[in-house]
Design a protein around this ligand. Structure first.
Ligand code: NAP
Length: 330
């Protein structure tokens, strides 16, 4: 049995906890929150025996009552919680964006590697069955050599400076919340780019509203990516190779269908459904890695997280947006 600790009681924490109930050999052992009352409510809802503050959660983990902590606070709070868990020798699954800044990500990665503690970014897209199929098909040469990646992620949210989505102090903006998906997809299939070019727009709060990112590779490969909080977009991703293309049918960040268009042939559609809302698969990966004694996931290794954070920070910088990590009182 893997005993999970949940850090935060917001929307994503609840979505993950719901899916965790579908994961074999998983239980929620402890819930941590800024508010012990909120933690107690959340724990009661999901049948967790323990609840308290974030400090209480970390102490329970240090005492061996929790095997892995899932961090689902806003991005700038990820770093301090992750560092404290690592210091206590506790394994981690950290929501995307992994941190608010590249320096924050580097700190967490260095600490995890030094302590030999398992740590993974919760980039659930990489574990969706349809994405796994796409990865295997591309690796097997199904569309030839990969040349281009194209992806968009736009979601309409009314501008509200008090919401974490638009508040710079809470890591607000399209790039860290949505852009991380197309960037991670491109990084997954093409690797770390040699160049990043970004243009975009911002809200009065200073958070980014929309961005177009071009990733360039010295050998001519490229990725063309967009994200926005202004309007809904299809959420389609295309991988273009020398012998055909592969479409991750929207929404590409948790796809259920892949369409392969081999040159000169009729398109072939393959369906591969996730379990639950799709968060099950990353939890299973964490449990598989812990059981195998791994400190990183081979599918979502920390080097990939650092590459993604580097691209995001380059893009934010070109838009004139500066992010900062928060200090969490623990
Ligand atoms: N994978 C996905 O599909 C997905 C979807 C949505 C969001 N996310 C990620 O999950 C994380 C949380 O997003 P969310 O949508 O769940 O946000 P949310 O609903 O606003 O919840 C965030 C929670 O973080 C905790 N928190 C700790 N410090 C905070 C602070 N200073 N200000 C506000 N909240 C604070 C709060 O819980 P307590 O009151 O209990 O401390 C709060 O409920 C983000 O990193 C986001 O990118 C992932």
């Amino acid at each position: 049995m893997t005993r999970w600790g949940i850090a935060a009681t917001g929307g994503m924490a609840a979505a993950f906890a719901t899916d965790l109930q579908l994961v074999p050999d998983a239980e929620i052992a402890f819930v941590g929150s800024r508010s012990p009352d909120s933690a107690a409510d959340f724990a009661a809802r999901f049948g967790a025996p323990g609840s308290g503050t974030y400090r209480d959660l970390l102490d329970a983990a240090r005492a061996g009552e929790v095997d892995v902590v899932y961090v689902a606070t806003p991005h700038p709070q990820h770093r301090d919680l992750a560092l404290a868990a690592i210091e206590g020798g506790t394994a981690l699954l950290v929501e995307k964006a992994f941190t608010a800044t590249l320096a924050g990500a580097e700190e967490v990665v260095a600490a995890a590697r030094r302590a030999q503690v398992f740590c993974m970014e919760a980039m659930w897209t990489r574990f969706q069955p349809a994405l796994v199929h796409a990865r295997e098909l591309v690796a097997g040469g199904g569309i030839g050599d990969l040349l281009l990646v194209q992806a968009d992620f736009g979601a309409h949210r009314d501008y509200d400076p008090d919401s974490r989505l638009f508040d710079l102090a809470l890591g607000g903006g399209a790039l860290l919340d949505l852009g991380v998906y197309p960037v991670s997809l491109a990084q997954h299939f093409l690797g770390r780019p040699d160049g990043v070019t970004a243009t975009g727009t911002t809200y009065p709060s200073g958070a980014d509203r929309s961005a177009a990112i071009q990733l360039s590779y010295a050998d001519g490969r490229a990725a063309s990516l967009t994200c926005s909080l202004a309007s809904q977009t299809p959420g389609r991703a295309l991988l273009v190779g020398t012998e055909g293309s592969l479409e991750l049918v929207p929404p590409f960040y948790h796809p259920t269908e892949v369409v392969v268009r081999r040159n000169g042939q009729e398109p072939v559609t393959v369906e591969a459904l996730p379990t639950g809302r799709g968060y099950v698969h990353q939890a299973e990966e964490v449990q598989r890695c812990l059981a195998a004694g791994l400190t990183e996931s081979p599918v979502m290794p920390l080097a990939d997280t650092l590459d993604v954070q580097w691209v995001l920070e380059e893009a934010l910088g070109q838009l004139g947006v500066e992010m900062a990590e928060a200090t969490v009182a623990l």
